[in-house]
Design a protein around this ligand. Structure first.
Ligand code: NDP
Length: 482
């Protein structure tokens, strides 16, 4: 086979097939390979006329069909299958060739793989891809890591298929080795918190105010005309307006209330714990999904019949519209906190792993193609570009104003939810983070005292330099310099 293809795709299930079609539709010559040839045949039979495909039955034929430097994008099941495909490709490729893993890899795996593959003279690029199957076909947001050199080859290919936001392709070189998969992971964590905040807003209107799903759908559709304009708000309106064809009931009422997860939210929280960066909005979103899926525990709690408020918010009907507006403000403020925390996590990881990440560019490539695409990412990108958000997004004047404007509503929502028994872990933890941040003094002083008491961990004083330890258990309770 002649070496004509400028790019190849390994793995032609939902994601890989869509990506291969997207590449072909944009003028790329695309070699395609799948472990079982039937998938390759299906792709060519159904979509072979969409562009230039080079189907290969074996990995050898696939590699032979690629022009040098060879570029192969792997889109197979994450974990061992990805390692198997990387090894097989690396054995057949030559120095200077590029292996891209566009699956959902955990960033430490990407760091490990990059090290092993680059030692063999090849480039390895871990590339986060967001937008699901539809995004892969019509334009995803892409977050490649790897070397600058590999980016030179990949840039025109990726720019040809990425989503476009205000004409700009939603792809940028994120940084070395695992940076791309790290940023994609945080994207997913932020997605978890966005979804949880929307779910809490829905719960407050449904259980709290007794509104119907269709009415709440209309509220979300109206919110989509405000600063909250985003893909997730838009699809929420559609999900809530959906009526079940069989029963005529709102579909959302018939869906089992156990939220699934594939693990990227958990990774985001684990990485944040390792970096000691609070990502409370994301953490609470992961825990809320966990609680929702603890079926036995929840059933037993129902049997126990705990006394307490039912969730119905006792409020005159004429105040309900104002409370809905309070919920919108609380959602916006909490969302800003979640994004601020996510970007903080990226900043701290960049320091730890030596990545040079342009946060303004990250915000820009999240404006299209991906699940968290939202109008306000333009503002976030401007805040990082101007340097106003260097310490925290919350300190950029636009977001500081937004939080200050929302603050009273935010507090009313959290206090009413608590009083009437509706769980709002993401709203309340975001507010607690904000209050912690703006507190002049925190009770951490007491914790330091306790730690010194039981573990002689020492503490610092506000009025003099040095480390101190108190002999707490002695009669004199003497303080000594440690
Ligand atoms: P799957 O994750 O379902 O994986 C199926 C593909 O993997 C098939 O091509 C299959 O080949 C191949 N495969 C499985 N095991 C092996 C193996 N041992 N050796 C070689 N090939 C193997 O496919 P998806 O298209 O859903 O996802 C592909 C990747 O994209 C995954 O990493 C996934 O996490 C990620 N993903 C990303 C999304 C996003 O929004 N970014 C959304 C969904 C997925 P065969 O046909 O021979 O079985």
């Amino acid at each position: 086979m002649s070496a004509e293809a400028n790019v190849g795709v390994v793995g032609l299930a939902a994601m890989g097939a869509s990506l291969a079609r997207n590449l072909a539709r944009h003028g790329n010559k695309v070699a395609v390979y799948n472990r079982s040839y039937a998938r390759t045949e299906k792709l060519i039979a159904e979509h072979g006329d969409e562009g230039a495909f080079f189907p290969a039955e074996t990995m050898e034929a696939f590699v032979d069909s690629l022009a040098k430097p060879r570029t192969a994008i792997i889109m197979v099941k994450a974990g061992e299958p990805t390692d198997a495909m990387i090894d097989a490709l690396a054995d057949l490729m030559e120095p200077g060739d590029i292996i891209v893993d566009a699956g959902n890899a955990h960033f430490p795996d990407t760091i490990r793989r990059e090290k092993a593959i680059s030692a063999r003279g090849l480039h390895f690029v871990g590339c986060g891809v967001s937008g699901g199957e539809e995004g892969a076909l019509l334009g995803p947001s892409m977050m490649p890591g790897g070397t600058e050199e590999s980016w030179t080859t990949l840039k025109p290919i990726f720019e040809s298929i990425a989503a476009k936001a205000e004409g700009e392709p939603c792809v940028t070189h994120i940084g070395a080795d695992g940076a791309g998969h790290f940023v994609k992971m945080v994207h997913n964590g932020i997605e978890y918190s966005d979804m949880q905040l929307i779910a809490e807003s829905y719960d407050l209107m449904r259980r709290g105010l007794g509104m119907t799903p269709a009415e709440i759908g209309d509220v979300f559709a109206a919110w989509n005309e405000t600063e909250l304009d985003s893909y997730l708000i838009e699809i929420t309106a559609e999900v809530l307006r959906q009526v079940d064809k069989k029963t005529g009931k709102p579909l959302v009422d018939l869906i089992v209330d156990h939220a699934g997860m594939k693990g990227t939210g958990t990774w985001t929280v684990q990485a944040a714990l390792d970096l000691a960066v609070p990502v409370t909005g994301i953490g609470e979103a992961v825990f809320a999904r966990g609680l929702s899926s603890q079926g036995d525990l929840r059933e037993e709690a129902q049997r126990q019949g705990f006394d307490g408020p039912t969730g119905a918010i006792d409020m005159p009907a004429e105040d309900c519209a104002a409370f809905v507006e309070d919920i919108r403000e609380a959602l916006y403020a909490s969302k800003i906190v979640a994004y601020a925390q996510g970007f903080n996590e990226i900043t701290e990881a960049a320091k730890k792993y030596g990545w040079d990440i342009d946060l303004a560019a990250v915000a820009r490539i999240w404006r299209g193609g991906c699940i968290i695409r939202a109008k306000f990412l333009n503002r976030i990108s401007e805040a990082f570009e101007s340097g106003e958000a260097n310490v925290s997004l919350l300190f950029a004047p636009y977001f500081k104003d937004a939080i200050e404007t929302a603050q009273r509503s935010w507090r009313r929502v959290v206090s009413r939810a608590v009083a009437f028994g509706i769980p709002v872990p993401a709203f309340s933890s975001s507010l607690a983070y904000f209050d912690g941040l703006r507190s002049d003094r925190l009770p951490a002083a007491l914790i330091q005292g306790q730690r010194d008491y039981f573990g002689a961990h020492t503490y610092q004083r506000v009025d003099m330099p040095g480390a101190f330890h108190t002999l707490w258990a002695t009669e004199e309770r003497e303080e000594i310099e440690a």
